[in-house]
Design a protein around this ligand. Structure first.
Ligand SMILES: [Zn+2]
Length: 444
């Protein structure tokens, strides 16, 4: 058993293609047992273990999996990152990064608080915090979307649990002052919308609620004559709220046109200031790259992965540069992955295979995934999702005369970023090193 294990360990499965692996198993590994098996009936658990060692080396047979499991299950199995023979199975707690259980991570699993739910809605989150408006208006939009702007209706619900006559809209007195009433359905609000360049009149029938409405608006934000309609709408909503407060606290009576004009001029002023800022701050062609080629005799291998969370598909690329900055080697593969960090770790493993295949001795491996780089440098493999791959990388490290892992910002390596992304969507050919696709040329 030990001899079989040593054979497979020594050969390093990753450097053989399927045909090579087949030869190794049939001609080398299986013959070790042939003589013994002629004389003795081997115990069945011994045979099982032997099969599992060879099976692990050969990797999964996808067609067998397809016969046994559903498509979803096959995908999940195929995305399990497989480490080398030294990596042992262990129990992990999937809800934390380091795979260890903590009360906090347990609580967040059983009791998803509203804050967690909010972050999950990335579209809404981006639609608020990505808005090009004053920061006070951004946080006002956030409050509107979470129904926590202190209108009379919201305060009444929070402090009295029921609505009283005094919780009605201070302008029209017709309805409880909710956010929707304040900015859409109050006759005054409707007049403001009509006075605006949006000429919009929302109907209370089937109205989805403010945050859903805002998400829709954000999707179509380039409507109207304005480049970014959603920013102008945010200024308008803010102006309505200011006007309402002026009315409630200071008795100021604005006309709907006052409110619209104020919103529009604040928006214009802000946009002009922004574009002036941009003109002053950005030099014509900012040089993004601070990357430098390695010293003579050393190779830099940049590794990067692209991962599609929805499909589980991933692509990883490794690009080797010599001291003249030229690309000397490259490698790309597509695979299934379980997480972005395991895909990034796989990219470094592909860099390793590339270096070993072409016989490089002094190598610097670069990645834009700080977590993986830190773990490989410290040797503390705390993230369970990629731990098997990282252990595998470290076990191969002794094959180099010198090596190091370093972090580079994504902007510094556009080539490998481009290759990984385009390999994922099948628009980068496998032989891209010898046949550079047009899309890649601008980055060379
Ligand atoms: Zn009203």
């Amino acid at each position: 058993m030990e001899r079989v294990r040593n054979k497979l360990k020594g050969w390093k499965a990753k450097f053989l293609n399927h045909a090579g692996k087949e030869v190794l198993i049939k001609a080398v590994v299986q013959t070790i047992m042939a003589y013994v098996m002629q004389c003795f009936l081997l115990p069945s658990n011994f045979c099982d273990e032997l099969c599992s060692i060879v099976g692990r080396f050969w990797s999964y047979d996808e067609s067998k999996l397809e016969n046994l499991f559903s498509n979803e299950e096959v995908k999940a199995i195929m995305s399990i990152p497989i480490g080398g023979p030294l990596v042992k199975d262990s129990l992990i707690w999937a809800a934390s990064i380091d795979g260890g259980y903590s009360v906090r991570s347990g609580k967040s699993c059983t009791d998803p608080s509203p804050r967690v739910a909010l972050i999950e809605n990335k579209g809404l989150w981006r639609s608020i915090w990505g808005l090009k408006v004053l920061s006070k208006i951004r946080s006002f939009m956030w409050k509107l979307c979470h129904n926590i702007v202190p209108t009379k209706g919201i305060l009444a619900r929070r402090f009295h649990g029921a609505f009283r006559a005094s919780d009605c809209c201070p302008r029209c007195g017709n309805e409880v002052e909710s956010i929707e009433h304040l900015v859409f359905f109050c006759p005054f609000a409707q007049d403001v919308w009509r006075a605006s360049s949006f000429s919009y009149s929302p109907s209370p029938l089937g109205f989805p609620g403010f945050s859903k409405w805002w998400e829709k608006i954000f999707e179509f934000r380039n409507f109207g004559n304005f480049e970014d309609g959603s920013a102008l709408i945010a200024f308008l909503l803010w102006a309505m709220w200011k006007s309402r407060n002026g009315f409630v606290f200071e008795g100021m009576l604005d006309s709907p046109w006052d409110v619209w004009n104020r919103a529009e001029s604040a928006f214009m002023e802000f946009s002009c200031a922004q574009s002036k800022d941009q003109r002053n701050n950005s030099p014509p062609q900012p040089k993004l790259s601070t990357w430098s080629p390695p010293l003579a005799g050393i190779t830099k291998i940049c590794c990067d992965a692209a991962f599609n969370k929805l499909t589980g598909k991933a692509a990883a690329a490794a690009v080797a540069h010599d001291s003249t900055e030229a690309i000397v080697h490259g490698n790309t593969i597509r695979f299934l992955a379980s997480s972005a960090s395991s895909a990034e770790a796989s990219a470094i493993r592909i860099g390793f295979s590339l270096a070993l295949n072409v016989g490089l001795e002094n190598v610097i491996f670069e990645s834009d995934c700080l977590g993986v780089v830190n773990r490989l440098n410290s040797g503390v493999l705390s993230a369970w999702e990629s731990a098997a791959i990282e252990e595998d990388i470290l076990s191969m490290a002794s094959l180099f005369s010198s090596f190091s892992f370093s972090f580079i910002p994504r902007a510094c390596n556009r080539v490998v970023d481009w290759v990984a992304k385009n390999a994922l969507n099948l628009s980068c050919p496998v032989n891209w090193v010898n046949n550079v696709p047009p899309g890649l040329r601008p980055f060379l």
